[in-house]
Design a protein around this ligand. Structure first.
Ligand code: PLP
Length: 479
């Protein structure tokens, strides 16, 4: 609280956000309302806990702590040291790791920076790396480049070469990867994906990596929560380094982690190299508020209830997949082992962009995604769906089947809109969906949006008290 002696220039420090900055508060309110009123199916998203949000919004943001616990460049870090040590301990516990064999750096700001720091630690500039190609479900930071451009630091500062999925089974082509690796001789093989609905054979990859003298790194950004819950294969058995984000299935704040092996000659200085790659090579001061939120998320991950959450996420993804298949739709690989589905829309004559657009108008958030055999990277033929966030809103199989019915209606509606548009252009499609009142498509958009909102608002939203939530200024809706 400001006191009588608080000078005018400091009064601002004590005022609540809503009072001092109603404009930003209103934006937060509108976003809260959107999250409450819609269905979040973006596979990389989740809903973090109230506790993580509290920690993330804490006074820890004030502190500089470059360096590591016990070896900082600034004073005043006794509690920050305690926090970082606790966070590391919980990270190892969450993944059932033996502290004699594994260490972890909890400072990365995000998954992308964790990955670049991991590459910096393990290999030299311009060394060769292999990662799953982006169109096959890989991530930008695994060496992505196009014919015209090196797209990310992972292809600018390293020589990269993608491996892919088998064109018929749509599973990782382990044999093809082994053959390519024999010729390309990577120093590092990266596994892990952003859009792959099946599990990984880490043992197979380890054999290839050993044969070629390469490091093996798993980036488990998407599936780390499911791996921690032991619902998927365990990459720690085979990999030298494991990176992850903390905000996807792990359900924490936005950040990254790097796990590294410590046992054996091969790893003699890996710990030091990882720590120095994070700071000072790639980052500055750690975000201690975020590390506190990561620590609290990891405490949750280690509880038996989290295993139930992970099981439910997978059961929900399967139920959603079954609903779509029962309507005759095509899923890449036919289903899922994890939290996500890839829906191939090409048999319907629709693009991912159009369905993404329609879903946005309906309050269903999804993203367009490449599917195997896409002619053009610019017009992906599918969408990606994930169940992590819906499961965090208490949804179980029956609810998710209802969501599947909404998606069925959304796709059928897209066909109506495409016909009414008269062309295949996205802009004509959007025009009829949003302005052609009186037409069938427009009417159906309104009706389905209303149904989606009514359904979504039955479920609570972590981090918000929905019983007192009111429609904020700036949001127009008829229902
Ligand atoms: C999301 C993701 C990342 C990047 O995480 P950011 O926190 O967005 O930087 C890295 N790797 C994979 C496989 C991902 O899915």
């Amino acid at each position: 609280m400001a006191t009588a002696n608080t000078p005018a220039f400091n009064k601002v420090l004590y005022a609540p956000l809503a009072e001092i900055d109603p404009e930003v508060q209103n934006i937060i309110d509108k976003e809260t309302w959107r999250q409450f009123s819609g269905l979040e199916l973006i596979a990389s998203e989740n809903l973090t806990s109230r506790a993580a949000i509290e920690a993330n919004g804490s006074i820890l943001t004030n502190k500089y702590s470059e360096g590591l616990p016990g070896a900082r460049y600034y004073g005043g870090n006794e509690w920050i040291d305690e926090l970082e040590v606790l966070c590391r301990k919980r990270a190892l516990q969450a993944f059932n790791l033996d502290p004699a064999k594994w260490g972890v750096n909890v400072q990365p700001y995000s998954g992308s920076t964790a990955n670049f720091a991991a590459l910096t630690a393990m290999i030299q500039p311009q060394d060769r790396i292999m990662g799953l190609g982006l169109p096959d479900g890989g991530h930008l930071t695994h060496g992505y480049y196009t014919a015209k451009k090196k797209m990310t630091a992972s292809s600018i500062y390293f020589q990269s070469f993608p491996y892919g999925i088998d064109p018929t089974t749509h599973l990782i082509d382990y044999e093809g990867l082994a053959k390519q690796a024999k010729i390309f001789k990577p120093r590092l093989i990266i596994c892990g994906a952003s859009a792959y609905p099946r599990d990984w054979d880490y043992g197979n990859l380890k054999a290839t990596a050993e044969r070629e003298g390469a490091f093996l790194m798993a980036d488990i950004a998407h599936t780390s929560g499911l791996i921690a819950a032991q619902e998927l294969n365990n990459p720690f058995e085979y990999c030298d380094v494991v990176t992850t984000t903390t905000h996807k299935t792990l359900r924490g704040p936005r950040a990254g982690l790097i796990f590294f092996r410590k046992d054996g000659d091969k790893y003699a200085d890996l710990e030091k190299r990882v720590n120095e790659a994070v700071f000072p090579a790639c980052q500055g001061g750690p975000h201690n508020n975020t590390i506190a939120a990561v620590a609290t998320a990891l405490l949750q991950v280690a509880q038996p209830e989290f295993k139930q959450y992970a099981k439910q996420v997978i059961a929900n993804a399967r139920a959603l997949g079954e609903t779509l298949v029962s309507h005759g739709y095509k899923l890449q690989t036919g289903g899922t082992d994890n939290h996500l589905l890839l829906w191939d829309l090409r048999p319907l004559g629709l693009t991912g962009s159009k369905v993404e657009k329609v879903c946005d108008l309906l309050g269903i958030t999804i993203n367009k995604n490449a599917v195997s055999g896409d002619a053009s990277a610019q017009t992906p033929g599918g969408i990606r769906l994930g169940t992590s966030a819906l499961t965090s809103r208490n949804m179980t199989e029956g609810d998710v089947r209802q969501v599947g019915e909404f998606l069925h209606r959304a796709v059928q509606l897209s066909l109506v809109l495409q016909k009414e548009a008269g062309t295949k252009l996205l802009k004509d499609f959007v025009r009829v969906a949003t302005t052609d009142s009186g037409k069938e498509g427009f009417t159906q958009v309104k009706a389905l949006h209303k149904d989606v909102v009514a359904f979504a608002r039955q479920f609570p939203l972590p981090g918000a008290d929905v019983s007192t939530l009111k429609r904020p200024a700036g949001i127009e809706e008829e229902f």
